[in-house]
Design a protein around this ligand. Structure first.
Ligand SMILES: [Zn+2]
Length: 245
């Protein structure tokens, strides 16, 4: 195939994908659900590639994982006004809520184009030891050296401090799948599900989190929450605590 034919084909595929995305955004679920992020009951739209039904709140844009996060932090009173918190790769759906719930809210991202408190690499932040009561790190670990990132999160937390971690996990796999030889975007999309992912975690993600020194708890999407709030069945938040002692 010549380069021009290939470019034309790619352009057609992109146009088709945009039309499909718009169509799916209008495809409402059959039953109304409640969004704990914006406290609204409505029909959620399909979202994702391939599209997931009942995924996106039409009012605030929250996805399943954002709703799971809000359920956990609300039910456990995870945040308090005397806390200092660092939010890596801050999700716009959650930022305002977290900011309002803690005393000091800081954000971090590697991308210099983003407006965050710290432009830093999670693998080596350069921030002081034991600075934070809470850290949020959703859908970052699958992009980076997780051992380095988890060690850094442990170091940044005060003793007794807690982090919420989430990432795609293949629960049917005992072992994480990674291959450092696969570095090109197409290969990463094929092997790891997205052009900038470097692994699919298996169930051993728990061992990898504990290996950094953390005590670990989990919060999974189960019934009746799945139906009430439009969650991904079995999706899990990992709550990692730096031991106080
Ligand atoms: Zn919402």
């Amino acid at each position: 195939m010549t380069a021009s034919v290939e470019a034309r084909r790619d352009s057609v595929v992109r146009q088709l994908q945009r039309r499909l995305d718009l169509a799916f955004a209008r495809m409402r679920g059959v039953h109304p659900r409640h969004c704990p992020v914006c406290d609204t009951t409505s029909w959620f739209a399909a979202f994702g590639h391939p599209p997931r039904n009942d995924a996106r709140c039409c009012h605030c844009g929250a996805l399943e994982r954002h709703r799971l996060f809000m359920l956990y932090v609300t039910r456990t009173a995870f945040f308090a006004p005397d806390q200092r918190l660092l939010h890596f790769a801050p999700e716009r759906q959650l930022s305002a809520h977290v900011r309002a719930a803690v005393g000091v809210y800081e954000t971090a991202d590697l991308d210099p184009a983003l407006r965050v408190t710290h432009h830093i690499n999670i693998e080596a932040t350069g921030l002081p030891d034991a600075e934070y009561d809470r850290i949020i790190c959703n859908h970052v670990l699958e992009h980076v050296n997780d051992a380095k990132a988890l060690t850094e999160i442990f170091r940044l937390l005060k003793p007794g401090g807690r982090a919420i971690l989430s990432t795609p996990v293949i629960e049917g796999w005992a072992q994480t799948y990674e291959n450092p030889a696969i570095t090109d975007p197409a290969g990463r999309k094929l092997h790891f599900g997205q052009h900038d992912h470097v692994r699919f975690f298996g169930r051993d993600i728990r061992d990898r989190i504990r290996a950094a020194g953390f005590a670990l708890e989990e919060f999974a999407a189960v019934e009746p929450d799945v139906l009430a709030y439009g969650l991904n069945r079995g999706e899990t938040l990992f709550i990692a605590t730096r031991p106080a002692g």
